[in-house]
Design a protein around this ligand. Sequence first.
Ligand code: SF4
Ligand code: SF4
Length: 215
Amino acid sequence: MNTREYLKLLKEDIHSTVIATVDEEGRPVARVIDIMLTDENSLYFITAKGKSFYEQLKKHPYVAISGMCGGEGTMNKKAVSIRGKAVNIGSGKLKEVFEENPYMAEIYPQEESRKALEVFRVAEGTGEFFDLSVKPIFRDMFVLGDRAAEAEDSSSHRQGGFFITDRCRGCRICYSKCPQKCIDLSVKPLVIRQEHCLHCGSCMEACPFGAIERR
Ligand code: SF4
Ligand code: SF4
């Protein structure tokens, strides 16, 4: 899947997400916000100018967004998390927000009342996708913003995690501790299959030769 598809899942399958900002003293504040629109490489949400959320976004525009869909247990659970900069675009796309999300007209029935709302676009950021419905689990990273297409062609944004170095002696202790069995034993040194790794760190903790690094 690419950035557009992950963002579409966030809007259509998850829709209500938790968005975190910081207050004037730098303390975290979280609330539930609906994702109203998405496009190739960005997402849009709205808030009213009277809310403290709006003030926080103006002072500190960096947000963390997380949402999950799926039933109880791990069956069908999929999660998307994003960190990025929320840019105020005023009433731009507000008409589209109401067209694509008809329930908003029940909350703000009069055109006049909609003047209190402004739209924020999150571009410039990174995202993470988790699919817990498959075994081993599947994870992926993606990039938002104008560099998204460029990043699709490179693996640079997919870095980060645990890596086995050439200090590996092939003892396989890491594999025995790995909850996802996502360490490839067929090569030397062994290789962690990043797309299935939970980032739990159990392998690094267990390796008697200090051959696993977090990067
Ligand atoms: S525990 Fe360490 S030395 Fe042993 S196979 Fe794993 S990475 Fe290599
Ligand atoms: S970090 Fe956890 S899931 Fe990933 S390879 Fe190591 S033990 Fe396995």
